[in-house]
Ligand binder design. Structure first.
Ligand SMILES: Cc1ncc(COP(=O)(O)O)c(C=O)c1O
Length: 407
């Protein structure tokens, strides 16, 4: 029988891709979808996605853009009028003054983050990541050949790394510091005072840049959003990343941006020009309308997120062994679940990690959540609260019933 040529063709993937992990949040969502396809009634609290539709005025702007013929390549860093509107947003919301040359619009905040990491980090450089951190930070640093140094916040300190801890971790090889505030997965929010102390440390270390991920800026229950770039002494060292996915419920549209000193912005533009070019023209026109419409549509969603956070915190109080901080922003709760380690399931398996517990909850309660290992916090589990009230209530009641079966 003739050999099938494809059977014998050796497949060699790059070391770079072999070293990379699949996003755990996406992996968990896939498992939940597979169970649902078998007919199981799964409640998925694994994805970081608003359950709201994009506001109508933004959708209308996209339709209008199509009708007006916005179907061509745009400048790589985005339409000038969109970059100007982003500057106006920084002025209005953050009292930060930027010019369009400081702004690069990308295919999601995710690409903005990746652009900055790849533009700044050399192989062998250290990148300090405040943990728990958003899943993709570590893999982006790996892709650039850098090494992450994790600084772990504690539940007792609302998962916030302090300026002193940062100072102690900086070495001559530190190139970048990365964090999100409001934070995914913990929901903690740095205060102006805390950022002020961090700014002092950063100013003393001019070889260090900071990637401040502010994608959850609008989803803030404590009121004031502070930006590290607001501290004049470090503004040139800070790259601020933001986007439309969370505040304007525009995850599928794929648009985010960064603001940085013009040399860094130009480097990100160069990188983007060789990989993806600009993001979609229609999306950019919709984003322009989103900004021109202000933030009142976000305020409505934030009220819902706050209500759900409060409801979930109350439901969680009823679950022994879940220890959780009160999130100040974003739409997650991130309980420490070590109280369940060492317990046995009805089928005789021992729970020895948050990953085991997340798997037990998926199989027994049919609730999908992501184990904290994906965020550098293997004692915790992340639940998204961006789901309808009834779904959240039902999910935590199911979890309570299932966890009571552990001995
Ligand atoms: C902290 C954080 N940064 C960045 C992103 C990426 O957002 P985008 O959809 O704009 O790529 C997310 C999305 O989940 C996030 O949670």
């Amino acid at each position: 029988m003739a050999a099938d040529a494809t059977t014998f063709t050796p497949l060699v993937l790059s070391d770079r891709i072999n070293a990379m992990q699949e996003s755990q949040t996406i992996a968990m969502a896939k498992k939940a979808r597979a169970l649902a396809a078998e007919g199981v009634d799964v409640i998925s609290l694994s994805f970081g996605e608003p359950d709201f539709q994009t506001p109508q005025y933004i959708k209308d702007a996209a339709k209008q853009a199509l009708d007006e013929g916005y179907t061509f390549y745009t400048p790589v860093p985005g339409y000038p009028e969109l970059r100007q509107a982003i500057c106006d947003k920084f002025e209005r919301d953050n009292q930060l003054s930027y010019k369009p040359e400081n702004i690069v619009v990308s295919t999601g905040a995710k690409q903005a983050l990746a652009n900055a990491v790849l533009a700044l980090v050399n192989p062998g450089d250290e990148v300090i990541v405040f943990a728990p951190y958003w899943v993709s930070y570590e893999e982006m640093v790996k892709l650039a050949g850098g090494t992450t140094v994790q600084l772990m916040g504690t539940l007792e300190n609302d998962f916030k790394v302090t300026a002193q801890e940062l100072e102690a971790a900086i070495t001559p090889r530190t190139r970048l510091v990365m964090y999100s505030s409001p934070c995914n997965p913990t929901g903690s929010v740095f205060s102006r005072q805390e950022l002020g102390a961090i700014a002092e440390v950063v100013a003393r270390n001019p070889h260090v840049h900071v990637l401040a991920d502010e994608i959850y800026e609008y989803i803030n229950f404590v009121g004031e959003h502070a930006s590290l770039a607001q501290f004049a002494a470090v503004k040139d060292q800070v790259i601020t990343v933001n986007g439309f996915s969370k505040g304007y419920a525009m995850t599928g549209w794929r648009i985010g941006y960064l603001a940085a000193r013009k040399e860094i912005a130009a480097a990100c533009e160069k990188l983007q020009s060789q990989i993806t070019s600009a993001t979609c023209s229609i999306t950019q026109r919709a984003a322009l309308a989103a900004l021109q419409g202000g933030r009142s549509s976000a305020d409505v969603m934030v009220e819902a997120y706050r209500r759900r956070r409060d409801m979930v915190l109350e439901l969680v109080q009823d679950i022994p062994g879940f220890r959780t901080a009160t999130p100040s922003g974003a739409f997650y709760i991130f309980p420490d679940v070590t109280g369940y380690f060492g317990k046995t399931t009805p089928t005789g398996e021992t729970i020895s990690s948050a990953a085991d517990l997340a798997m037990f909850m998926l199989n027994d309660a049919h609730v999908a959540a992501v184990d904290g290992g994906a965020f550098g916090a293997p004692n915790c589990i992340r639940f998204s609260t961006a789901a309808a009230d009834e779904k959240l209530r039902e999910a935590f009641l199911r979890i309570k019933t299932s966890l009571a079966k552990l001995r």
